[in-house]
Design a protein around this ligand. Structure first.
Ligand code: NOJ
Length: 547
């Protein structure tokens, strides 16, 4: 049986407010916020780049308290972004190009302006009251010690009019739905069907681990007091609910996908959300995103991910370094050299990569002056608008978009970098092409190679290698005669479609005993030539090994 599309796919996240405006560059007029037509107008860039599937952050009608993650209608498009016809056109254009599209499903909560919550709040007797989570008490003492996200405040708000508390793991404007009520399950399944029937290829599912609740709502343990409950909620009820979603999507033709955001900072816990191949098809795994640029730490994260997810039946890893919730990895790692080398982690490790729009430009986070801060979670910097051209409006038709431009937009824009063959944009494109041409990189086995302290190295084998093998100690250390997998434990070294990736995270040059031809190099040097055995600081290479 061939692998489903999403196992070999490279995903690309679009934050619609920040991606592009439909009128930009066409003379039709610009806008400070992006829209669906803007995405459609720039699909050429994404096809040229070589990604396979888009995940678009929420574009539903929303008061924008959490910039779209506070949904007021799950089955429509906010006028800021267009309308359902614009969505249909975008989806059709994606499919014409062979691009797939994931809608962002937000099942844990609604906006407090959603008609469901307005009804629920109107009276204790309202039929929708139990669609949310209410508890008795007094206005001075919340029902438990759960903390909301973004600020250390209780995850409960007292509703004066009806004299009860309601739960919200995020903002008070985002009340949690009560998935213990079968009517809520049915309503949200209806939302899923709405988008699947329109042809969506699946969902990225927001805080999916949060939807089930322990019916007792017990206090979080004192040792984690102060940590938002949304990073802790991990109960059996959720798995049952995810199985229900899985049954629903699997009944559709075309391998529709559930890509869950499981924001639990333990790969071991994340792995359980794949179930027995009957829960999420894919899950984000954030511990690597929070790992510093240190080879020892990365080796550990990679080994853990491989052991806990890569080797789990019915599971497949994902890799992500940037998104709309965290400082961009270019900013976290501190240099373009490192951002370039990190691309080899994303596109070379075993699993499905998820890129965040703008990382292919090597964007840094924008500097946000205090009077331009709009996000209650302090995430504006990574949400800066994408510069498309070097012109003062950067392709948006306005010089001042909803957030300040990221640094250096006169150079770091799509048009300028596309004209520069040595740019990071071209590096992304070359690596994506190398991946698309290599079954080993897309679907092959994985073997972590022993390497010098500051180096992370691995082999991708086709057909898959015996799981979990690590080649003998010192195999990659300088002076060793042959390249790593020659000892037979790293898979079939005769297989011409194997690949080796070596990343030097150190600040000094590193020597490794790999022999082969450099296919792609993070600084562009030596491509097409035999590997010299030496990597510059923060350099990475993709190699076709020879014996
Ligand atoms: C996770 C999303 O990625 C984040 O942007 C949002 O604020 C929370 N979930 C709440 O929906």
């Amino acid at each position: 049986m061939s692998a489903p599309w999403w196992q070999s796919a490279v995903f690309y996240q679009i934050y619609p407010r920040s991606f592009a405006t439909g009128g930009a560059g066409t003379g039709a007029g610009g806008s400070p916020t992006g829209d669906l037509a803007g995405i459609e107008a720039h699909l050429d860039h994404l096809s040229w780049l070589g990604v396979d599937a888009l995940w678009i952050s929420p574009f539903y009608p929303s008061p924008q308290a959490d910039f779209g993650y506070d949904v007021a209608d799950f089955c429509d498009v906010d006028p800021t972004y267009g309308d359902l016809a614009a969505f249909d056109r975008l989806l059709g254009s994606c499919h014409e190009r062979g691009l797939r599209l994931l809608v962002d499903l937000v099942p844990n909560h609604t906006s407090d302006q959603h008609p469901w919550f307005r009804a629920a709040r109107s009276s204790r007797d309202d039929p929708k009251r139990d669609w949310y989570i209410w508890r008795d008490g007094t206005p001075d003492t919340p029902p438990n010690n759960w903390v909301a996200a973004f600020h250390p405040v209780p995850a409960w708000t007292w509703d004066d009019a009806t004299g009860q508390w309601y739960l919200h793991q995020f903002l008070r404007e985002q009340p949690d739905l009560n998935w213990a009520n079968p009517e809520v399950v049915e309503a949200m399944h209806g939302v899923m069907r709405f988008w699947l029937d329109r042809g969506a290829d699946g969902f990225r599912i927001d805080v999916v681990h949060g939807i089930g609740k322990d019916p007792e709502l017990p206090d979080d343990p004192p040792e984690v007091a102060g940590i938002p409950h949304s990073a802790l909620n991990d109960v059996p009820q959720t798995h049952e609910l995810i199985r229900g979603m899985r049954t629903l999507v699997d009944a559709y033709p075309g391998d529709r996908l559930l890509l869950g955001e499981v924001y639990l900072l333990s790969t071991e816990q994340v792995a359980t959300y794949y179930g027995d191949g009957d829960e999420l098809h894919l899950s984000f795994n954030f511990p690597p995103l929070y790992t510093r640029w240190r080879a020892k730490r990365w080796r550990q994260q990679i080994a853990d991910t491989h052991r806990l997810i890569g080797e789990r039946p019915g599971a497949w890893p994902t890799w992500v370094l940037s998104n709309h919730d965290n400082a961009r990895h270019r900013s976290r790692y501190g240099s373009e050299e490192r951002a370039r080398a990190a691309t080899f982690l994303l596109l070379g490790l075993q699993g499905s990569p998820v890129l965040y729009a703008g990382e292919e430009l090597g964007l840094d986070d924008a500097v946000i002056p205090p009077d331009r801060v709009v996000d209650p979670g302090g995430r504006d910097g990574c949400r800066a608008p994408i510069p498309w051209t070097a012109a003062p409006d950067h392709g948006w038709g306005v010089t001042d978009a909803w957030l300040p431009w990221p640094p250096d937009p006169e150079y770091r824009n799509v048009e300028t970098l596309a004209d520069d063959g040595a740019s990071i944009l071209h590096l992304y494109r070359r690596l994506l092409a190398a991946r698309a041409a290599s079954p080993a990189l897309q679907l092959g086995g994985f073997v972590l190679l022993d390497a010098p302290d500051d180096v992370v190295a691995w082999r991708r084998t086709a057909p898959p290698a015996a799981a979990g093998d690590t080649v003998g100690a010192d195999a990659l250390r300088s002076g060793d005669a042959d390249e790593a997998a020659g000892d037979g434990s790293g898979g079939d070294a005769d297989d011409p479609s194997d690949r080796i990736v070596v990343v030097n995270m150190g600040s000094a040059p590193a020597s490794v005993a790999v022999r082969g031809t450099v296919l792609v190099s993070s600084d562009g040097t030596g491509e097409g030539a035999p590997f010299t055995g030496t990597l510059a600081p923060d350099q990475a290479v993709l190699i076709v090994p020879t014996r």
